[in-house]
Design a protein. Structure first.
Length: 148
């Protein structure tokens, strides 16, 4: 019993509070993210997205090979019901402030996707599933607690 309480206290101490912002138009939550220790982007927090989804522009900034090959391509279904082709990649690191996850699956959308208001991308569950997530919209904070 004592070990359980100690573990919970330790996890609480490891929980990180992150500043968030409203997406332009006020529909979603924006999070500043550092990809591969080199490219800083603002991603929309999306617990409905199974993986991190990135715009073609972001993929190009990361130096990804987005040539039109059939290798590693998937068809992604978007929130509005439409679909687009995307290239599956593994990001070396995804970092939100000082919270980092290594080797995160992501998809770079090969077409522009204006229907979902996608700017630089979506922060999906391939990153978020590593945490207990709590959002506080009143104070514009998000808490990420690493799942052991």
């Amino acid at each position: 019993m004592e070990d359980e309480q100690l573990k919970k206290a330790k996890n609480k101490a490891a929980a990180k509070e992150i500043n968030i912002a409203r997406e332009p138009g006020g529909k979603g939550i924006m999070v500043e993210v550092l990809l591969n220790d080199s490219v800083k982007v603002n991603l929309v927090l999306d617990t409905g997205a199974s993986i991190v989804a990135l715009s073609r522009k972001t993929g190009e900034e990361l130096g990804m090979d987005l040539s039109d090959t059939k290798k590693d391509l998937i068809q992604m279904r978007l929130a509005d019901g439409s679909s687009t082709m995307a290239k599956v990649i593994i990001l070396k690191s995804v970092k939100v402030q000082d919270v980092e996850v290594k080797n995160v699956m992501a998809a770079v959308m090969l077409d522009e996707v204006p229907a979902i208001g996608l700017t630089e991308g979506l922060l999906g569950m391939s990153f978020l599933s590593k945490f207990n997530l709590k959002t506080d919209l009143k104070n514009m904070k998000m808490t990420l607690e690493k799942i052991e």
